[in-house]
Design a binder for this molecule. Sequence first.
Ligand code: FAD
Ligand code: NAP
Length: 260
Amino acid sequence: MKITGPNAEVSARHDWTDGLATFSVKPIGWQLPDFIPGQFANLAMPSGDDWDTEHGKAVRRAYSIASSPGQDALEFFIRRVDDGELTPSLFNLQPGHAVHLDQRIAGHFTLEGAQPAEDLVLVGTGTGVAPYRPMVLQEGVFERFGRVILLYSDRYVHDLGYIEEFEALAKKNDRFHFFPTITGDVPESDWAGLRGRVQTFLTQEAYERLTGKPLTPDRAQVYLCGNPKMVIDVQASLEGYGFVKHKKREPGQIHMEKYW
Ligand SMILES: Cc1cc2nc3c(=O)[nH]c(=O)nc-3n(C[C@H](O)[C@H](O)[C@H](O)COP(=O)(O)OP(=O)(O)OC[C@H]3O[C@@H](n4cnc5c(N)ncnc54)[C@H](O)[C@@H]3O)c2cc1C
Ligand SMILES: NC(=O)c1ccc[n+]([C@@H]2O[C@H](COP(=O)([O-])OP(=O)(O)OC[C@H]3O[C@@H](n4cnc5c(N)ncnc54)[C@H](OP(=O)(O)O)[C@@H]3O)[C@@H](O)[C@H]2O)c1
């Protein structure tokens, strides 16, 4: 749909580190529709200096919703791509600044497609962790699966957004197992946890060593989100273990959202 100007404002902003922030965006004069955890919304800004209402020129991009339904704003966890078309202007926004938010919320990367399973395995790189936050915060998710495993990598410790919240949830709920892993060159003194790309922990041997149970298609549903090369690589490795990509008419065990 043509964008004729802003229809929302940034209501809050939190910077995790340079180039990585959460933005809360609140509609102005309209109501947010309901949505399912895992879905995304589109944000847009003018492609030039000002909103061009005559020609409606704007740059629009999709963002997974990182907050739970039922609130008056949507939260997004966004990485600035320095030479990107949209994110440099998004990172100029402060609370009170105008932005365009599409009224339609979309996407099939939700737990609605998940078949009953012992393990729900959520794998995210970078901002690809965003859709998992509302998924693990939603009521009833822990009754549907025996365990929920969240495996999340980024390069540096400060890049791991929401880490404290996930750690607190894991402490409270023994069905939730949180495994953050760092891929950058970080001194031992700054990080005592796991290291390596998510693939390091998704071989059958490594997964069983890490979680105490096997990684097999009869007991796990796996969600992959973020860097497309990670998604393709992990998909291929899981297919080697007999996992199949999920389709609406042919239910499988691999669900995916590629960010680019
Ligand atoms: C369904 C969906 C959900 C998405 N959700 C998020 C989200 O929650 N948070 C988020 O930051 N992005 C998300 N993205 C990516 C987002 O739509 C944009 O592509 C991204 O913000 C870059 O936009 P840009 O115009 O600045 O860069 P562009 O000019 O479009 O440049 C794109 C290039 O930027 C890089 N890139 C794109 N996204 C990322 C990223 N997240 N991290 C690192 N490098 C990236 C890639 O190299 C890509 O080729 C999502 C994409 C899809 C399709
Ligand atoms: N200060 C800033 O402004 C700033 C800072 C950071 C990034 N950026 C921008 O963000 C953009 C890209 O960000 P990014 O490089 O951090 O995103 P990214 O490449 O998606 O990296 C995020 C995480 O995904 C992992 N990863 C990457 N490729 C993978 C693969 N094939 N398989 C498994 N894991 C994989 C990375 O591990 P590895 O470390 O092993 O690759 C890292 O842990 C850049 O274009 C840059 O402009 C800006």
